[in-house]
Design a protein around this ligand. Structure first.
Ligand code: MG
Length: 256
């Protein structure tokens, strides 16, 4: 029997293989038809462990001295708890936090917890974000039994790559991101010569496997790269929800 391959069939096959390979641009930005990743139980949270000896510690549980407000003033988010279990929390309306130091290629460890009790739903439930180079957002969201568009759920590179799995713990429980980020490279004319490349584990579960970013992350847009400095701060998003963070450290992977 002759096999009839239709355009629609090719598109379906492309979509299926695209989802598996995390192809970013075969789906419109924030498409609600894009398959949401399977749910996996990552197991229980562990207490914060001591950072590696060569890490730059950005929060050790005590104070926000490694951070600034995005207007350049002092960080105004709330610090609570004590010792290694200390945390800080978004104070809605005070703006994002920006690291005092700048980084290029990094290994970043960061822990977060979405608010409990839960309020609202979708993108309004526990939204924050971890921005590499103040430009490329790994979404922070309460994605525990809270469906939203796949490229906007927890651990998504917002608007580009959904995570391979939904490894989100329930609201109020501590979660971790371990991110290996290779910054984009630009030539003297400002053209991108190597896109940013990222590997991420969410609660120890692989959710991005050396995927390339299409450019800066954005809402309802996939803008192209614009040349920027080789080192820029890490920032944390104020999206109006009192998300908590703790135990943040970076290993600098830049080669000079
Ligand atoms: Mg966000």
């Amino acid at each position: 029997m002759r096999t009839i391959v239709t355009i629609a069939g090719i598109l379906v096959l492309a979509a299926i293989s695209g989802a598996g390979a995390q192809a970013p641009s075969s789906w419109p930005v924030h498409s609600t038809a894009r398959p949401r990743p399977p749910v996996v139980d990552p197991g229980p949270a562990a207490p914060p462990s001591r950072p590696p000896s060569d890490a730059v510690v950005l929060f050790d549980g005590t104070d926000l001295s490694s951070w600034r407000a995005d207007d350049g003033g002092p960080a105004r988010w709330r610090v609570g708890g004590s010792g290694a279990g200390g945390w800080f929390e978004v104070v809605p309306g005070t703006g994002s936090l920006v690291s005092a130091a700048s980084f290029g290629d990094v290994q970043l460890h960061i822990e977060w917890a979405s608010p409990r009790p839960v309020r609202s739903e979708g993108q309004d439930r526990g939204n924050s974000g971890v921005y590499l180079m103040d430009t490329y957002e790994v979404q922070v969201l309460d994605s525990y039994e809270n469906p939203t568009y796949a490229d906007g759920q927890a651990a998504a590179f917002y608007g580009q790559h959904p995570p391979l799995m939904n490894a989100t713990r329930p609201p109020g429980e501590w979660q971790s991101y371990d991110i290996v980020f290779r910054a984009p490279r630009f030539d003297a004319a400002g053209r991108v010569t190597r896109p940013a490349r990222v590997t991420v584990l969410h609660n120890g579960v692989l959710v991005h496997d050396a995927v390339e970013l299409t450019g800066p992350t954005a809402h309802e847009d996939r803008p192209p790269y614009e040349a920027h400095a080789p080192r820029l701060p890490i920032s944390l998003q104020d999206h109006g929800a009192p998300v908590r963070y703790r135990n943040i450290w970076v290993r600098d992977l830049s080669d000079g």
